[in-house]
Ligand binder design. Structure first.
Ligand SMILES: [Zn+2]
Length: 195
């Protein structure tokens, strides 16, 4: 009697191989089908525009905010919003909106970057020594004074680096989408350096 055993074994092997090949082809086809969709719809996490957390931005611990246009050291004569480094006070003119307070908070933060909010010399009340801080150096190297139309709240970003920084931060916390649209390097720097 002929021995069918090797033939049987070979058949079983061939069927198994065929099944395996079919499975591979099916897998490849499924992968190909899903590829275009992945390219057309990138995951939202990679492109979502997100801003910062203002509460995490360091400012002098005894920072005061006034809405009456007056500061303890400069009185009420100055008719603008400003950060008074001498008394660590954000001075806002009556009726100013939240965006202006955020802007001045960025100046208060610059004071932190200079010396942790310690006293500064009268000659440095405009926070000019911020340019020497590591934050100031990094900002000026990567962003500088952006030569762009900065219509948001008439922010004086084109004035100097100190103002450019405060304007970038103002949008980073209030309107990151606009920041990304008008100044992509600004948005990128804020994402790396501001909380
Ligand atoms: Zn300013």
């Amino acid at each position: 009697m002929r021995d069918f055993k090797p033939l049987l074994t070979a058949s079983v092997f061939l069927v198994a191989m065929l099944g395996f090949l079919l499975l591979l082809m099916w897998g490849a086809m499924e992968t190909l089908k899903s590829l275009p969709e992945q390219f057309e719809h990138p995951t939202p996490a990679s492109t979502a525009i997100t801003g910062g957390n203002l509460a995490a931005l360091s400012v002098p611990s005894n920072l005061a905010v006034r809405h009456d246009g007056c500061s303890p050291t400069r009185g009420c004569a100055v008719r603008t919003n400003y950060y008074d480094a001498g008394s660590r006070t954000i001075v806002l003119q009556p009726g100013e909106g939240y965006a202006k307070e955020v802007h001045e908070r960025l100046h208060a933060h610059q004071h932190m970057s200079i010396n942790g909010g310690e006293s500064v010399a009268l000659s440095d009340y405009d926070l000019g020594s911020w340019y020497e801080s590591s934050e100031g150096q990094s900002f000026m190297a990567e962003v500088g004074v952006p030569n762009i139309l900065w219509s948001s709240d008439n922010c004086p970003a084109d004035q100097n680096g100190i103002e450019a920084f405060a304007c970038v931060g103002q949008l980073w916390y209030n309107d990151p989408t606009t920041l990304n649209n008008i100044c992509e390097p600004c948005y990128r720097w804020a994402g790396k350096n501001l909380p």
